[in-house]
Design a protein around this ligand. Structure first.
Ligand code: COA
Length: 119
């Protein structure tokens, strides 16, 4: 299940975000977290499996589109479909908006079924 980010999830969110190739440096990571915390259009979600948060998905929401900027899964849980499940659920949450990718997320998103046009 996808949970909306809140401040008490900050450490686990930063850990998961750091798996994104461009977020490895602490300073960049902190800047990105700041964007999600300060800007209501930037929304962060965490995927919980059992008692643990093992996945992260971050979107920038526009009026008719949303862009998936960040998508990561804890390395111990990769290859079990969590990435696909998160993309499936965010499409439900974003309803009729069209999904867009960044250069970083495009290759994976192209592998995911698209429900309402987009990409
Ligand atoms: C990308 C990522 C989120 C996928 O999570 P996951 O839970 O392992 O994904 P799923 O189990 O749903 O899907 C696995 C499939 O995605 C493919 N895949 C993994 N990373 C990929 C990528 N960057 N580009 C394209 N395909 C990718 C796998 O090869 C596998 O393909 P197969 O089913 O044909 O064997 C995870 O590998 C990750 O956290 N990577 C590091 C962060 C990152 O680089 N993010 C940017 C890309 S979104």
């Amino acid at each position: 299940m996808l949970y909306r980010y809140k401040k008490s999830f900050e450490k686990i969110a930063m850990g998961l975000l750091s798996f994104m190739p461009k977020e490895r440096e602490l300073k960049k990571l902190q800047q990105t977290m700041h964007i999600y915390e300060e800007n209501p259009d930037w929304q962060l979600f965490l995927w919980k499996k059992g008692d643990d948060f093992v996945g992260l998905l971050g979107v920038e929401v526009g009026e008719e589109t949303y862009t998936i900027h960040h998508l990561s899964v804890n390395p111990s849980h990769r290859g079990y479909g969590i990435g696909h499940e998160m993309v499936d659920k965010i499409q439900d949450i974003m309803q009729n908006r069209r999904m867009l990718a960044t250069e970083e997320t495009e290759a994976f998103l192209k592998k995911c079924p698209v429900k309402k046009g987009g990409l």
